[in-house]
Write a protein that binds this ligand. Structure first.
Ligand code: GUN
Ligand code: ZN
Length: 431
């Protein structure tokens, strides 16, 4: 049985930090963790351990929101959400086909694994053929990927589909369902399908409602965008005058639920926060993207107080990098700035511990996998990254406890520290 002697830093099932400076992580051939704890308490497992001292094991990071076809458009600067989509994103997604799409998918998953990310919830484009390509590459990558074809029937490059609006809608639903039946729960659940109505501005109520029905029938995930930008908010209000607010549009479509992930969720009223908390959905917090597009700052204390589940997303390509260490860092910085400017009613010192829990356990919950991944504990699947501590801890720094090591990791860590990445105990990437 593989057993690694290294430091281990992980949240427990309630998000509290556990720290084993001289630890052991052992997992069986089936990829399940047999032991994770202090080396001294590992009994017989100690004798077969491979020494990886100097390295630190953390749970694989989970990117709860990103767009694969957009990868070539990272750092396309200077615009806010709606003009940025129109200028940089829709043309790119419209052309996302053929060998170029495969090359992009390969690079996307390889960069993800190289950043210590083991699981993600991914958008593709409207095309079924290139979504197939993305699933094939996700399968080959060994990563744990939930993914879906973008669904749209109005207001965007959906017109690339020939035919009337209702023909486009039917085609989008039929193709999404075919992809779901083919890929959902592949490789014992390593691949998952996420029905992906893009956002309220590019979907009719009928498309969203029927997408929600299909997702419920298949036991699949749902992902979309919510309340990211104030111009978007105004446009949704005028498009759906019968809805009380943006969240209500998705509520009327039946999209609020435990298996739904809503990205951004910045501009919310109190009734929306209550509705989101009651639904049990997850919000994907995307701080690097929110800063890049100037969308705003998520009121994390209010959402946490209301009991809304939160995960972290890179939102590539509005977020400039797949590296979730940078996303964790940005989440802390933005909350600190918001707090200094007294932007939010509820004061809470948001720090590296919360960011780390959101990027691990929070992401696992978003994917419905909190019993399988998100922490390093006996019985869970061995999805983890091995990091070189020299990459984020200066040798002149005194030894630190778990909180101190985590702070160095969040404020100084990044892709350069990642030495190896594992999913179900299988190495999927090495430096
Ligand atoms: N809202 C609708 N589509 C998108 C997208 O592709 N990126 C972001 N950041 N927001 C969106
Ligand atoms: Zn997005």
């Amino acid at each position: 049985m593989p057993a690694l002697r290294c430091a281990v830093l992980t949240p427990d099932g309630r998000g509290r930090l556990r720290w084993f400076p001289d630890g052991l992580l052992a997992f069986g051939a089936d990829g399940h963790i047999e032991y994770c704890g202090p080396f001294s308490g590992a009994g017989k497992l100690k004798s077969g351990a491979v020494s990886r001292r100097g390295l630190l094991a953390i749970p694989g990071l989970v990117d709860a929101h990103c767009h694969l076809p957009q990868y070539p458009a990272v750092a396309a600067d200077g615009l806010t959400l709606l003009p940025w989509l129109k200028r940089h994103i829709f043309p790119l997604e419209r052309n996302f086909r053929g060998p170029q799409a495969r090359a992009t998918a390969r690079m996307f998953f390889s960069d993800m694994a190289a950043s210590g990310t083991t699981a993600a919830c991914v958008y593709t484009s409207i095309w079924k053929d290139s979504t197939e390509t993305c699933f094939e590459e996700a399968d080959k990558s060994g990563l744990r990927i939930a993914m879906g074809k973008v669904m749209m029937d109005q207001g965007s490059y959906d017109a690339a589909f020939k035919g009337s609006a209702s023909a486009r809608r039917d085609r989008s639903l039929a193709e999404s369902d075919e992809l779901c039946r083919k890929w959902h729960r592949r490789d014992h659940g390593r691949l998952l399908y996420a029905f992906t109505p893009r956002f309220a501005l590019s979907c009719s109520m009928e498309l969203m409602t029927r997408a929600g029905e299909l997702a419920a029938r298949r036991g699949a995930l749902v992902q979309t965008h919510l309340a990211e930008n104030r111009d978007e908010l105004a446009a949704v209000k005028s498009k759906f005058p019968g809805s009380a607010h943006y969240t209500d549009v998705y509520g009327k479509a039946g999209l609020l639920g435990r298996r739904s992930i809503f990205a951004h969720a910045i501009w919310l009223s109190d009734p929306e926060v209550r509705a989101l908390a009651e639904s049990g959905c997850t919000l994907a917090h995307c701080p690097t993207s929110n800063a890049f597009l100037g969308s705003g700052i998520m009121d994390v204390p209010r959402l946490e107080k209301a009991g809304v589940a939160l995960a972290l997303g890179s939102d590539v390509a509005a977020g400039p990098s797949l590296d979730l260490f940078g996303v964790m860092r940005e989440s802390v910085y933005l909350q600190r700035v918001a707090s200094a400017h007294r932007l939010f009613k509820h004061a809470e010192r948001f720090g590296p511990g919360r960011a780390f829990a959101m990027a691990t356990l929070g992401g696992a919950r978003a994917l419905g996998l909190e019993d399988k991944i998100g922490t390093l504990e006996r019985g869970k699947e061995a999805d983890f990254a091995l990091l070189d501590r020299r990459g984020f801890e200066p040798s002149c720094a005194p030894a630190a406890g778990g909180d101190g090591v985590l702070a160095r990791l969040v404020y100084r860590g990044g892709r350069d520290c990642v030495r190896e990445t594992y999913v179900r105990g299988r190495k999927v990437w090495r430096a």
